[in-house]
Design a protein around this ligand. Structure first.
Ligand code: HEC
Length: 183
């Protein structure tokens, strides 16, 4: 028992000296070991799930909410998360961990799974993620706007450029623009 304690303390001391000496490379260009990456992922998913599970999502079929989400996404999120028809930005290419590219993901078909993932998106958008580039938008946006963005993020999965341009209003053939030009 005594030798075990001495060995543990010696290991701890070696660890502290090694970390303090600068041996650990904190560069974003230096990837984590696979095991470290798996542990971070497990901690992140467990943490978000337990905090998101009791949230109450609003109706997912509210068109105005979706349009509000699209508008906010287009102005605040594409720099890191890209969008259909957009090139990857220089900023996004330098991120570690990388920001997920939602429109390239498979759409969720299971209704219950969809609600659960939208709840986790709401939590992440509101609170941000430590030690990543993902900001907390809850300081500057109310819950309704954050739900709108969470719903839009889910909707983005598998979205085409035409659908994206239409929803974000960057499509010039949109009826909305025509009616405005007569005013
Ligand atoms: C400066 C870069 C940056 C900006 C701007 C940004 N994000 Fe992120 N976001 C990230 C990164 C990086 C991650 C991944 C973090 C990780 O892997 O742990 C992330 C993760 C997420 C996730 C979690 C995805 C998942 O599958 O768990 C959501 C949802 C999200 N972002 C939504 C948004 C929305 C909505 C906006 C705009 C309001 C936004 N982000 C703006 C960098 C950014």
């Amino acid at each position: 028992m005594k030798s075990f304690i001495i060995a543990s303390l010696a290991l701890l001391l070696i660890g502290v000296i090694a970390l303090g000496s600068g041996a650990y490379n904190i560069a974003a260009t230096e990837k984590h070991w696979l095991i470290t990456e798996k542990i971070i992922e497990w901690v992140r998913i467990s943490s978000i799930k337990s905090r998101a599970k009791n949230l109450q999502a609003p109706s997912l079929n509210d068109k105005n909410l979706l349009l509000a989400g699209a508008e906010h996404y287009a102005s605040m999120c594409t720099e890191c998360h890209s969008a259909p028809g957009h090139e990857l930005t220089e900023l996004s290419q330098g991120l570690y961990p990388q920001a997920p590219i939602f429109y390239k993901q498979e759409p969720t078909t299971d209704a219950e799974e969809k609600v659960e993932s939208i709840k986790t998106y709401f939590w992440v958008i509101k609170n941000g993620l430590k030690m990543t580039a993902m900001p907390a938008w809850g300081h500057s946006h109310d819950d309704e706007t954050i739900w709108a963005m969470a719903i839009f993020v889910d909707k983005l999965k598998g979205m085409t450029t035409e659908q994206y341009d239409k929803l974000t209003g960057s499509d010039n053939t949109h009826d909305h623009n025509h009616s405005h030009s007569h005013e």
